[in-house]
Design a protein around this ligand. Sequence first.
Ligand code: SF4
Length: 317
Amino acid sequence: MSQLRTIRLEITDKCALACLHCSVNAGPGKSRMMPLALALDLIDQFARLGGQEVILTGGEPLEHDGYVEMLERAKTRGMRTCLFSMGIVTNGKLFDGTAVRRLKGLLDLWVVSLHAGSAPAHDDLTGGRGSFDETCAAIQRAAVAGIEVQATFFAYPGNAHQLRAVAGLCDHLGITSLRVLSVVPQGRAANQLGLELAIDVIDQAIEEAARSARVKLRLGEATKAKYRRESDCQAISSELVVNCDGWISPCHSVEPTASTSELDNAFLVPLAEVLRSSPRLSRCRSLAKEEAGIGCTSGCLARQALLGVPSGHVFPR
Ligand code: SF4
């Protein structure tokens, strides 16, 4: 696992929003938090193993009282930092201009999800009235503070037609990159049928949006691998996901869950040993070996190995 590049820490499942497609089923009623001391220790171990990037995600990572310390630790250890956040926190907390300015120098990239080009449609999907306005205001504050912001767009049958407006919004807000992703059938999306969109519909939406927008539009790596089996994504070897309780997954397309082996838990066993001996990672690696030549070493392969989706499963085209 010498190429392991990125660690993605799901530091809480709490979130002011309750997005339809949320792959971790986060929401206002949740309260799990990754213990700060364990998170900092994990960042230290990862740095010693040659890790290059720490991504903080959730839920909403801003809900964690220790997110700034985690970013500071990653920076102190010389790693790149990234935050997946909607810029919205629940009552009693602030993500105002002062809080954003505090991130200057600590945060290399902020990734935000935009679901539509205007408030009603975006807010319908997040379940939070006013969330569109709040997220846009947070992005503007980040721009003033000089923080780079990129956006993601989850394409599914209800909103694919919104991509063009979202691309225009990105131009307006100074966002230079917009990744289009398909919904992963897990978390809140697991029980909702029909959220996966055919790839030609996604391609068409991207083509139309690209005609009038400056923002760089592209398919997300796991989405590309899932539909086309062509991708630069090396999730099984280059990325590790750890949830608030320490359970690991090789890819963000597969939510970490409790396992019967403590070797799948980065809080119970040193990270180097998890990487060497985790049964979960071993299953993915052996399927990756079997499938070598097909070209898929990404999350869809991890889904096959860990969730029993049969090898060769055909996704909608
Ligand atoms: S998708 Fe993100 S913003 Fe939406 S509920 Fe889940 S964690 Fe919160």
